[in-house]
Design a protein around this ligand. Sequence first.
Ligand code: ADP
Length: 363
Amino acid sequence: DRTLAVFTSGGDAQGMNAAVRAVVRVAIYLGCKVYFIKEGYQGMVDGGENIVEATWSSVSSIIHQGGTIIGSARCMDFKERQGRLKAAANLVEKEINNLVVIGGDGSLTGADLFRQEWSSLLEELVSNKTISQEQLDKHKNLKIVGLVGSIDNDFCGTDMTIGTDSALHRIIEAIDAIVSTAYSHQRTFIMEVMGRHCGYLALVAALTSEADYVFIPEIPPPDDWQTKLCKKLEQERTAGQRLNIIIVSEGAIDRNGKAITAEQVKKVIEDNLHQDTRITVLGHVQRGGCPSAFDRVLGSRMGAEAVLALMEAEDTAEPCVISLDGNQAVRLPLMECVKLTKEVAKAMAEKNWQRAVELRGKS
Ligand code: ADP
């Protein structure tokens, strides 16, 4: 059982390549056979050329590259049992019984489901004669370790997800650039940043750029935010500030759970303060570019730890996720972390902001 496969799934993130590289090299160092599964779960379902053996040199010169060299995808097929059945057959064919999945909470949820179904998938494959009873006996256990690759830092259980630090670098560079032009023309800029339902990128971007106001999903602003915002901006201008910066998280909401958009904020400022106001939506720039040193180290540490965790685990071990806890790499039960992450979303949907913040604090 020293054959493993690594794949990246869901939204890409800088630092995934460092993780892939570490998985491959530590695995080879420990005498394992290691495969790439290209294009995430889609490659696992489609098999064939998508599952190829990795070599020491196949991961040379990738640590500095953004994105993921083995491709990532969102895969509807894997959400259906039929797709997972095909994926199981492809893994058995290549004698793979260890998986390292690098992705967000969706990808990790899929991995957990796959692991739960593994025995029944293999039994079905025997009964429809895709695999033999001997193959089933040899592969009756599937071990899975997850690494969290996500620029949003939206996963409970880990202090930082792979890609967040690099995304912050992109955001800060962009805000610094905007600040210089805003200063010249005495403008107000509203920057929309990514994060889905997590305000981490927006909050840290605001702190590190001396922004005047920030909108994040976990702490919706008071109902009279329009008045408070205008008062704050006016105060800053009266005190001699030549520009204003406002950060809006893409998931920002008000206390009724309704979206607060950059357009809406712009209108409030223009109508009340008549300031020259512009919107910059950073978009996919945040996912792009080189990974920071932090993400290269994080990806490398997590990748190495993932292989060690697989090799040290009992055959029947439940899936775990490699997390960063106080700068230590730790192994946590995958499903508990996924559950906690979903609880944050639930707390926000129920407008229980305090609980959402508490749960986020735990991450
Ligand atoms: P992320 O991993 O970044 O959160 P997604 O939520 O899009 O991204 O998930 C990536 C892929 O993981 C999906 O396209 C799908 O193939 C698989 N996946 C997600 N959720 C499930 C699920 N509940 N069951 C099976 N597969 C899933």
